[in-house]
Design a protein around this ligand. Structure first.
Ligand SMILES: C[S@@+](CC[C@H](N)C(=O)[O-])C[C@H]1O[C@@H](n2cnc3c(N)ncnc32)[C@H](O)[C@@H]1O
Length: 255
């Protein structure tokens, strides 16, 4: 299986990404990110990672709402998307007092962080890239698990395949006949928006995504269906390591 060349795709569309995103979600994406931020900050984390930060809207919203001493890191493998995010950060920090954000370029499959570095990790519209028809899906999920501390919170906002058959049909028609052509027209990259539409159309339902994340070592705390099931907000916790009692650990020893 050949993976879609995501890095060059985002390089090509970085300047139109925000505009197209707002158009395709009918402007709802901001409100969904705000909901995700509320969930992410509920336990007042000291260290937060925004994985697949893109143009930075999620991490900036976290910055506006978090304690001033929170440590924020935003990570993405597209230098062009990160450049847009840095510019937005610099404009916002002139207008509002917000904590600093460390923007880092790198691949989600090899993150330069120690095990258990983060209290909370948010990923908005990024996990589909990491798991849908991606030969490194397992690697990406195990990295997400590794960099979170046990008990740490994972908040996922992503498109989903609606379970309701009528809405699923509308969703499919929209993703098949409207989104790729409109996105292609505005961004000048039809292929990129064909990938985006087809990966959304064939993506997982909430139940399927929760099952995948549970298998990857997380426990579901809450999951919400937004926009009639076309978008999901999942809140999970990294499972605590199984504590092996000394009795159990020693049981194999024979004198
Ligand atoms: C759809 S954008 C989402 C951006 C942003 N989080 C938002 O809410 O709009 C997905 C982002 O994931 C990044 N990405 C995809 N695969 C990645 C990988 N393997 N490692 C790091 N970043 C990746 C892309 O560069 C892109 O910026």
């Amino acid at each position: 299986m050949k993976d879609f060349p995501l890095q060059s795709f985002y390089g090509d569309i970085h300047s139109s990404y925000d505009r197209i995103n707002h158009i395709f979600t009918f402007g709802r994406d901001r409100a969904w990110r705000r909901q995700a931020v509320i969930e992410l900050l509920k336990k007042a984390p000291d260290t937060v990672l925004d994985l697949c930060t893109g143009t930075g809207d999620f991490v900036l919203e976290v910055a506006r709402n978090a304690n001033e001493d929170v440590e924020l890191t935003a990570y993405d493998f597209s230098p062009d998307m990160l450049e847009v995010a840095r510019e937005k950060f610099s404009k916002l920090s002139k207008r509002e007092k917000i904590p600093p954000v460390t923007f880092l370029e790198g691949d989600a499959g090899e993150m330069p962080f120690e095990d258990g570095t983060f209290d909370a990790l948010g990923i908005t519209f990024g996990i589909r890239n990491l798991v849908y028809k991606n030969s490194r899906a397992d690697r990406h999920l195990s990295e997400i698990n590794r960099v979170l501390r046990p008990g740490g919170q994972l908040v996922v906002l992503e498109s989903s395949r609606p379970e309701n058959p009528v809405w699923r049909l509308f969703n499919t028609l929209y993703l098949r006949f409207i989104l790729p052509y409109l996105g292609g027209l505005i961004s000048g990259n039809l292929k990129a928006y064909q990938y985006l539409a087809s990966s959304s159309k064939n993506y997982y339902t909430i139940r399927e995504m929760n099952a995948i994340l549970e298998k990857a070592g997380f426990e579901v705390s809450d999951s919400r269906s937004l926009f009639l099931g076309s978008v999901m907000l999942l809140i999970l916790e990294k499972k605590q390591k199984e504590i092996v009692s000394l009795d159990k650990a020693n049981s194999g020893y024979e004198d």
